[in-house]
Design a protein around this ligand. Structure first.
Ligand code: ATP
Ligand code: MG
Length: 440
């Protein structure tokens, strides 16, 4: 038995037991798809798919505690040695409807027929229990060449299922592969079919691309192919400057930062971004995070612009304190996460001259140098961090609740964050009383 090197030994052993049992009962069975590809590419394998000549009923008979996860496609989830494996009967697909799903699935006897329906040559390699590879479309060669290449005629394969276009770009991006020329031409010819694909599925591919090591590669392919202009919720990427796109790869390997940078580079307003991100089926939480960072950016740009218009003779000290006050207000207003995301991204974007505005180029270095310590020194970020609660204030002043209470607490928060008053109960109470007096 040939070992797997890029997978948990227990998972590999459990999968091999499944193959062996199927073989012992006279069925053909292979590992297939992502696990075979990733092992060949020396990448961590996280799950194993199995393909077999046994029908789903036969698989269920052999593995009685299996779960019928996708019977209409011939898929059964088998449990073995504490792990789960998707076991799918050899099949062909036909009658694709609306450029996305096959209406007919036929079970077939030969693994070669099953490999033929798979999208790319590197995903169409089968591996038996002994570790021998079946690679009728020369996927290993394409892996060596670093090529994403369709199985069969690219144009037809993308017409059958337009999601493959996005998958192709995603694989090229994550693996830093090139697109085979026919595959690329097929993508361009069939890109209008992307309008039939659910945005959620498009976004899933985009998420994987953005979370990978080379998002700039994918974004540049999207710029070259203009694919995002053909999806259900279109957006054009072509206004982005390629020089800045390369900085995507330098951000932490987390999709959200990369999306944030893309939207910044596209100069999309935070209010428009919310609608766009909703159409792209982003979760409320991610939408909130991204739009707040964009709002943060807009506020910063506006404040830097204002600073530039002020009396230039007021220079460094005045600027320092204005920048600090503004920063602290923004952290309180939009949250510490927006501030940190903004810093992470702009730390990259400031490495070259000439983005956004001259005021940005002039003042941002100081901001990026100091902002982290300003944020830390604040010590309080929300009203609940204050050593004086709303209830204390009601009791101590004997006043009835009302809008004044929230307003007063916000003023206190600001004053403490700026370092004007200490976060101490008695000092806060005294300051609160003064605020109330001043208001009356
Ligand atoms: P990932 O690393 O994202 O899991 P994967 O190649 O394993 O990549 P899956 O979506 O898990 O992708 O699919 C498993 C296999 O099923 C693929 O390797 C490929 O052989 C086949 N496949 C998946 N989606 C399609 C599709 N849209 N068209 C044709 N074959 C597909
Ligand atoms: Mg997979």
């Amino acid at each position: 038995m040939k070992n797997w090197n890029y997978i948990l030994p227990a998972m590999a052993a459990g999968g091999e037991q499944v193959l062996q049992k199927l073989n012992d009962h006279g069925y053909d069975a292979y590992f297939v798809g992502g696990c075979v590809r990733d092992e060949l590419m020396q990448r961590t394998v996280t799950d194993m798919d199995i393909t077999t000549s046994a029908t789903p009923d036969q698989v269920i008979t052999l593995f009685p505690d299996s779960i019928p996860t996708g019977l209409q496609h011939g898929t059964v989830t088998v449990r073995s040695g504490g792990h789960h494996y998707e076991v799918t009967t050899f099949r062909t697909e036909s009658g694709y409807e609306d450029y996305r799903r096959p209406t007919e699935v036929h079970f077939v006897d030969r693994v070669e027929e099953d490999l033929k329906r798979r999208d790319f040559t590197m995903n169409a390699i089968a591996r038996n229990v002994k570790g021998e590879l079946l690679d009728p479309f020369h996927g290993q060669e394409d892996i060596k060449l670093g090529l994403v290449k369709c199985v069969g005629i690219a144009e037809d394969r993308f017409e059958e299922d337009a999601l493959r276009i996005m998958r192709g770009v995603r694989f090229a991006s994550v693996f830093n592969f090139d697109l085979d020329s026919d595959t690329w031409a097929g993508m361009l010819r069939q890109r209008d079919k992307l309008g039939y694909i659910a945005m959620e599925r498009v976004r899933t591919e985009m998420d994987k691309m953005m979370a990978g090591p080379f998002p700039s590669k994918g974004v540049q392919l999207l710029m070259d192919s203009r694919l995002t202009e053909y999806v259900k919720s279109p957006i054009s990427f072509i206004t982005m400057d390629r020089k800045w796109v390369t900085y995507l790869d330098k951000l932490p390997q987390n999709a959200v930062y990369r999306y944030e940078m893309v939207l910044l580079l596209l100069q999309i307003r935070s209010t428009d971004a919310n609608t766009l991100l909703r159409e792209w089926t982003f979760s409320g939480e991610t939408r909130d995070r991204i739009t707040k960072m964009l709002a943060f950016h807009e506020e910063i740009l506006a404040s830097l612009e204002a600073l530039n218009l002020q009396d230039q003779s007021n220079e460094t000290n005045g600027h320092y304190s204005a920048l600090r006050t503004n920063w602290i207000s923004l952290v309180l207003h939009l949250g510490i996460e927006a501030a940190q995301d903004w810093l992470t991204i702009n730390n990259q974007l400031l490495k070259e001259e000439g983005i956004f505005s001259s005021a940005y180029n002039e003042h941002c270095p100081l901001l990026l140098r100091e902002a982290d310590s300003w944020t830390k020194e604040m010590g309080v970020y929300q009203v609940k961090d204050l050593e004086l609660g709303g209830a204390d204030l009601l009791r101590e002043t004997g006043r009835k609740g009302g809008p004044w209470l929230g307003r007063t607490m916000k003023i206190l928060l600001h004053e403490v964050a700026l370092g004007h008053i200490p976060n101490v109960h008695d000092d806060l109470l005294q300051a609160a009383k003064k605020v109330i007096e001043d208001e009356i």
